[in-house]
Each structure stands twice: as C-alpha cells, then as structure tokens.
Design a binder for this molecule. Structure first.
Ligand code: PEP
Length: 258
C-alpha cells in the first residue's frame, strides 16, 4: 500500500503576520521548481492570526504545493465560547487540516480524550482532515505502558468515527519526551509503536482502512534524522516543530522525505 507522505510544520505560538508570510513564501520559493507529484504533501500550521496571510500567500504561490492547517479548533459551530474558534471559521481560510490532541494542548490546557474525540468527529463531519496527536510521557515509557497508553488514546479519539472515515485521518505519534528536547525517538522504535497504532486502527476500522491511514512521527525531527525515519515501513512523514520555523531546515526535511 503506498501512502503519500506528509511533512507538516507546526509553528506553535511563533511568527507574527509578517514573519508568517515571509516564512511561507521562502518555503514556497524553495520548492516551486520541484515536480509537485514528487513532493510529499507539505502542510504548514501557523497561529490563528496568521491563517489569512498564509492562506493568501499559498494561493498566490500555487495552492497545490503547500496546504494550510490550523493548530486547534473548538467542536461547537458557534456560541458563548470565549476565546475559541470554530471549524467553519477555519474553513474560511481554505485550511485542509486541523491538528488536535497535541501534547501541549493536553498537558497545558487540560484537553481530555473526550474533547479530542468531539473535535475529531466535528472536523471529519466538516470535510477537513484531523491530524490527531498521541504520545507517551517519559514516565509512561519507563513504566512499560507506552503501547497500551497510545492504543487507548487512539481508540478514544476515534470513538464513533465510521470505518471509511478512519482511512482518511492522519495520526501523529509524538513521544512527549522527544518534543522540543532535541532527543529523537530511535527510528526502529518509533516504527514499532506506529505499527502498533496501525494494528489498533485495524481493530477499529478493518485492515484495509488501517493500511490507508498516514501515520507521522513527531519529536525533534531534523534534516539529519528524516531520511532514516522515512526509510521505516510505517512512518509516513513527520510533524515538525522547531525545525519548521526556518525555511532552510524545513525544506531540507521536505527534500529528505522525497
Ligand atoms: C511538535 O510540536 O509537534 C514537535 C514535534 O516539536 P519539535 O519538532 O520541536 O520536537
């Protein structure tokens, strides 16, 4: 089964509007001559306040090469939810993906598996694609509960999602101890965990659908690590934080995934 790789940049709370525009244009300039069928699906996730400028820059530069993601959303369509933003509001900017369940949202903002499930269902209903993050803490890894913890996160996030829809979601396996720390998870081990995610998906939605799901690795991905990561059987790309903030390193990662 061939799955088109995805290289997604999570800009987190970095880059004002001008910086966002500069960064997306620099990425676009560097990949504009690469045959678009050879490229992985390239995704950038700016802060909400930069979605419009990044969206415009992508459209002006040729939409097919870069796709837009939001870093979060709320699952209700409208109402008294101060500080939140709905999926339809994100759709206004032609976003295709929404990242949900990032460990920073879970740990700092207290997002539960139940909330992540509501977001996944609402995103799928809207026609966008959720990038659902999962991952274990260092303590969980040392206790030997990594696989069961991740399986539980996946089952809960996808509760009530139709099997055919499961095939289209994107999962990002991000060991929390590897995020922003410079420590990458050994590629063979990341692939082992990701294979476990795929078998959980097969139990939920059948093997054929599970084989279609793109599962990314995230956690201190760098230009030097991407080739080995992409050489693994079940790693279908990367969710990149720090190294996506500089066009040069992000483009090297994109090229490394080709
Ligand atoms: C992330 O935030 O999803 C991430 C993987 O960050 P970093 O690449 O900086 O570890």
């Amino acid at each position: 089964m061939s799955r088109r790789p995805i290289i997604a940049g999570n800009w987190k709370m970095h880059n004002n509007r001008e910086e966002s525009k500069k960064l997306v244009c620099a990425i676009k300039d560097s990949i504009s001559t690469i045959d678009k069928d050879a490229l992985p699906e390239v995704v950038v996730a700016p802060v909400f306040t930069s979605l419009d400028v990044v969206s415009e820059s992508i459209c002006n530069c040729g939409c097919e090469r870069i796709k837009l993601a939001a870093q979060n959303c709320f699952y209700e369509p409208k109402g008294a939810f101060t500080g939140e933003i709905s999926i339809d509001m994100i759709k206004d900017f032609n976003a295709k993906f929404i990242i949900i369940g990032h460990s920073e949202r879970r740990q700092i903002f207290g997002e539960s598996d139940e909330m992540i499930n509501k977001k996944a269902l609402a995103i799928i209903e809207s026609g966008l694609t959720p990038i659902i993050c999962c991952g274990e803490t260092l303590e969980q890894r040392e206790l030997g509960v990594t696989d069961s913890h991740i399986a539980s996160q996946i089952v809960k996030a996808l509760d009530g999602v139709k099997p055919d829809d499961v095939a289209n979601v994107v999962i990002a396996y991000e060991p929390i101890w590897a995020i922003g720390t410079g420590k990458t998870c050994d590629s063979v081990e990341a692939n082992r965990v990701i294979k476990g995610i795929r078998s959980t998906l097969a139990q939920i939605a059948g093997n054929e659908n599970a084989q279609k799901v793109r599962i990314l690795y995230g956690g201190s991905v760098k230009p030097e690590t991407i080739k080995e990561q992409m050489a693994q059987s079940d790693i279908d790309g990367a969710l990149v934080g720090g190294a996506s903030l500089k066009a040069d390193s992000f483009v090297e990662i994109i090229k490394g995934a080709m």
